[in-house]
Design a binder for this molecule. Structure first.
Ligand code: AMP
Length: 282
């Protein structure tokens, strides 16, 4: 394992690999790593000569300072975990390294309705910041393949759109959601759940699974309404439960008229915001 903090040092190293025709896989993360993140690294290791995992809590994708402040940071543990599974390179740049004053890193792409529904409605500007940082890491690392999780379904859909708009040849690999035994989707934010809310949070994945079993019996709208009620338990507050087309992310009116349907939800469990999704039809 080699740890880099500076872009130019990382690039110097990666250029040599590229000259030797080695393939490079990139996994961008915000740290506080768990098995879900590690599953992306393992997948990338199967498919690449060199795996780069970046750990960077990106300030431009947070809507408020308090959320950024509260984001868990576990650098030493992240390095230990990444080393234990044989990650080739860890890239941990500072904010100044990612956003140097002299460099204009704003992307200025329009993601249209992909970025205004669901997370976009509740976290305005979030996806512009996310796309900005992913693009910046793509420029710094210049990988052949990029590994991202289905856990953030809207995010990966927007990154796919970004790659198309940029005419990028980077291969985007979507990795499945890793869950705890009880179904709770693994997330860096789970460490902030109270024990009581952690136990109750299983309701999120249970509701998604139940929604999947209802697609032959109810309309998308009926399922959405039912799910919002199911998730409305004490100390929990569902923000949305939307059944959308897996490509356009627009609400579906009739399961018969689409080939791909995904249920996406965001729920506040106390002061922790959880997101999860399930592919209902693909
Ligand atoms: P984050 O550090 O939360 O920005 O996540 C970094 C990457 O890990 C993103 O592509 C996420 O979609 C992915 N990821 C997060 N949680 C999981 C999970 N439970 N299973 C699989 N991938 C995940």
């Amino acid at each position: 394992m080699i740890l880099f903090k500076k872009e130019h040092q990382l690039q110097y190293y990666l250029n040599t690999l590229r000259l030797n025709k080695k393939s490079i896989g990139l996994i961008p993360t915000m740290g506080a790593l768990h098995e879900g993140h590690l599953s992306l690294i393992r997948k990338a290791k199967e498919e690449n000569d060199c795996v780069v995992c970046s750990v960077f809590v990106n300030p431009t994708q947070f809507n408020n300072d308090a959320d950024l402040e509260k984001y868990p940071r576990t650098e030493a543990n992240d390095i230990e975990l990444l080393t234990s599974i044989g990650t080739d390179i860890i890239f941990m740049p500072s904010v100044e390294e990612v956003y140097p004053k002299e460099l204009n890193t704003t992307l200025g792409l329009d993601f249209g309705e992909l970025a205004t529904t669901m997370e976009g409605e509740f976290r305005p500007g979030h996806f512009d910041g996310m796309a900005q940082v992913v693009n910046r890491f793509l420029n710094m690392v210049q990988p052949h393949s990029l590994y991202m999780g289905q856990k953030d379904f809207q995010q990966i859909t927007i990154v796919r759109n970004m790659l198309i708009q940029l005419g990028s040849e980077v291969r985007l690999v979507m990795c499945p959601i890793l869950r705890q035994d009880n179904g709770l989707a693994m997330s860096s934010r789970n460490v902030r759940l109270t024990p009581e809310n952690r136990a109750l949070a299983v309701k999120v994945s249970q509701t998604l699974s139940a929604a999947k079993n209802l697609i032959d019996k109810k309309t998308p709208k009926e399922i959405e309404e039912w799910a919002m009620q199911e998730l409305n338990i004490p100390k929990f507050r569902p923000e949305y439960f939307s059944i959308v087309d897996g490509i356009t992310l627009q609400l579906i009116e009739d399961f018969g008229k689409t080939n791909s349907a995904v249920a996406c939800t965001a729920v506040w469990a106390g002061d922790v915001r959880l997101i999860d999704n399930m592919i209902l039809k693909s």
